[in-house]
Ligand binder design. Structure first.
Ligand code: TXA
Ligand code: MG
Length: 298
């Protein structure tokens, strides 16, 4: 079934049951080398799934859970290898959504859940997004309204003890560094294809999305029906109904919340192409830019 979280909707199944987990990979058409996040509702339960939680991991957990933080921790054998794609580490998160927390509290098992979209497409931030793409493949969608954050969780691991961010997300690098000091950021590595959300082309709409300077791109695509995905600005050369402004006031939280829905909307408007540009490279802007780069035509 699909579950709401504050980041994006998840496609959930019993994380301790291999048959259930297999269904997730099938429905999403997701390769089994891309591991899943395990969701639960309290830190005590996590002791059953991992062998150790380091002091730094504990600090982050205390500050950011329930929330958009995923920690990579050494797994116990109770977590099937299928969930971690054979890795000795399991990704764990306590999501912050009242419906899903209530559900997790009442279940005797944790929920493995990737974002509830077909592999490679834009993550869903409403129950309707899930229904449109996976509605006929899954038995149930728990409708928890629009996701408050709209960007996936930030994934943090400890590489030889060094805190490392593997996916920029709903909790900024700056916020994490305030708690545990300097971290390294390794969000794309071709030498480590096992490592996640790092697949270079991801979060992509069906029509080409071009990343650059919108003002200069417009004349280059004058023979195309252009859609614009912008931040703060509108462009007088293009009809206003073909433009989505992520935050007219320049607010990064608002932009994050609107990003995926805006990409979907433009994708459905019978346009030829979407032109977009990077946001300020700070706070949530860094995670938004990461998604735009992965969604863009390379
Ligand atoms: O906000 C989120 O994280 C959402 C909600 C539903 O919780 N989930 C989500 O899941 O974005 P997904 O599967 O779309 O992305 C999770 C990323 C993947 O890129 C995966 O490769 C990585 O987490 N991941 C999961 N388990 C891992 C592991 N054991 N080691 C390294 N990376 C892992
Ligand atoms: Mg995903």
């Amino acid at each position: 079934m699909a579950i709401p979280t504050e980041t994006v909707y998840g496609l959930a199944a019993n994380a301790l049951n291999e048959n259930a987990v297999t269904k997730i990979f099938k429905v999403k058409n997701r390769p089994t080398f891309d591991p899943l996040i395990v969701h639960t509702d309290n830190i005590e339960k996590i002791q059953n799934f991992v062998t150790e939680i380091s002091p730094e991991a504990t600090l982050l957990a205390q500050h950011f859970w329930a929330g958009a933080l995923t920690l990579l921790l050494p797994k116990k054998t109770i977590i099937p290898d299928l969930v971690t794609s054979g890795s000795p580490l399991v990704a764990i998160r306590i999501p912050n959504h009242p419906l899903t927390l209530a559900l997790l509290k009442n279940l005797a098992f944790p929920l493995a859940a990737p974002s509830a979209n077909p592999f490679g497409y834009i993550s869903p931030t409403t129950a309707q997004h899930v229904a449109m793409q996976l509605g006929d493949k899954i038995p149930y969608i728990l409708d928890g309204g629009e996701c408050a954050l709209g960007l996936e969780s930030t994934i943090v691991g400890f590489e030889n003890g060094i805190p490392t961010i593997y996916r920029k997300g709903g909790i900024s690098v700056e916020a994490i560094e305030k708690i545990i000091g300097k971290v390294q950021v390794k969000t794309f590595s071709t030498s480590n294809p096992q490592a996640p959300g790092m697949l270079k082309s991801h979060y992509a709409p069906g029509i080409p999305l071009i990343l650059g300077e919108i003002e200069k791109l417009i004349p280059k695509f004058e023979n195309n029906k252009i859609g614009i995905l912008s931040f703060q600005k509108y462009f007088s050369q293009i009809p206003k109904n073909q433009q989505i402004n992520l935050s007219p006031s320049g607010n990064l939280e608002e932009a994050a919340k609107n990003l995926f829905a805006a990409m979907r909307q433009l994708d459905q408007m019978n346009l030829d192409i979407i032109l977009t540009e990077l946001l300020p490279e700070k706070e949530l802007g860094r995670a938004i830019n990461d998604r735009l780069r992965r969604a863009a035509v390379q």
